[in-house]
Ligand binder design. Structure first.
Ligand SMILES: Cc1cc2nc3c(=O)[nH]c(=O)nc-3n(C[C@H](O)[C@H](O)[C@H](O)COP(=O)(O)OP(=O)(O)OC[C@H]3O[C@@H](n4cnc5c(N)ncnc54)[C@H](O)[C@@H]3O)c2cc1C
Length: 262
């Protein structure tokens, strides 16, 4: 099985300041680490490989220093690593990040399964995995908390919804995003670290991508404008709607209008 794991380098502390003008995290000089949820994603991939055989590739999008998390993944057991890095990718919001990663995935081979963490500890949107899957035109399941069975052409997983658990089977190629505690991540091995010290990390830049429309990448491909960052209000109000897709879509549209989001 060919498995791809998306891993992101995030600040190693939650005391990162936000630029009051741009709304972007001030990352310079801040210690970094692998996004904790991505450790769970990598552990899931390694366990599938141990059971079914195959290859685990990790992919990160970020500045050159993001190779550090790829090396960490090597010392946990990943076979190959790739970094998507280019100044043209800087300032990307979720949409541009997902598009850039989907372009990188298209250039890096055929995968049966792509595994992402549920969310990051810095951007925290939990949208990159599902958006990437949409760009790649493959099915996806988010918030996977249990891997029930890996078959030759599909995977059966348990998805954690706010009030329910759902068991779903998706055919390959597919993407899942995993919850913490799906498996206990293994520690990096010193032996593997030494063995993989000089292992290649392939770097892909904008010029290698199929889509050469610069307006889809980085700041110019990012429609999001950060106006203010603040902790969300705690609110337990919830509405559950039943019905068919068209009726539910109308409900959502009128709710968004009522709340003045659109
Ligand atoms: C207007 C705007 C400007 C921004 N400018 C910057 C900027 O200049 N610099 C900057 O660093 N950030 C910037 N960001 C933040 C950036 O958009 C997010 O960090 C990025 O979109 C990923 O979203 P997330 O962290 O919420 O990922 P989530 O959706 O929470 O992540 C889910 C999973 O997707 C995968 N994933 C996410 N990101 C990556 C990645 N980069 N590589 C590999 N896998 C990944 C991981 O598996 C992760 O567990 C900006 C955001 C906005 C809105």
């Amino acid at each position: 099985m060919n498995i791809l794991v998306c891993i992101k380098q995030v600040p190693g502390t939650n005391k990162v300041e936000v630029d009051p003008v741009t709304g972007v995290l001030k990352r310079d000089g801040v210690d970094s680490k692998m996004n904790p949820y991505d450790l769970y994603a990598l552990e899931t991939a390694l366990r599938i490989k141990e059971e079914k055989g195959g290859n685990v590739k990790v992919l990160s999008m970020g500045p050159p220093q993001a190779t550090k998390v790829i090396k960490e993944a090597y010392s946990m057991g990943a076979d190959e690593g790739m970094l998507l890095s280019d100044r043209k990718f800087a300032g990307a919001d979720v949409l541009a990040t997902s598009y850039t990663i989907s372009q990188g995935v298209r250039k890096s081979g055929d995968f049966d399964l792509i595994i992402c963490g549920k969310q990051t500890t810095d951007g925290d949107t939990a949208q990159v995995g599902p958006e990437m899957a949409e760009y790649l035109g493959i099915p996806h399941v988010a918030n996977v908390r249990k891997l029930i069975e890996v078959k030759d052409n599909s995977v059966v997983v348990e998805m954690d919804m706010p009030n329910t658990l759902e068991i779903i089977e998706v055919e390959f190629p597919a993407l899942i995003t995993v919850e913490k505690d799906i498996f206990e991540p293994r520690l990096p091995s010193y032996k593997k670290k030494m063995e993989t010290e000089n292992r290649e990390i392939k770097v892909l830049s904008f010029k290698e991508f199929e889509d050469q429309d610069e307006k889809k990448y980085g700041l110019s491909g990012s429609p999001t404008q950060v106006e203010r960052i603040f902790p969300p209000e705690v609110n337990s109000h919830r509405e559950v709607w039943q019905g068919e897709g068209e009726k539910l879509a109308k409900n959502i549209a009128s709710k968004l209008k009522e709340l003045k989001f659109i």
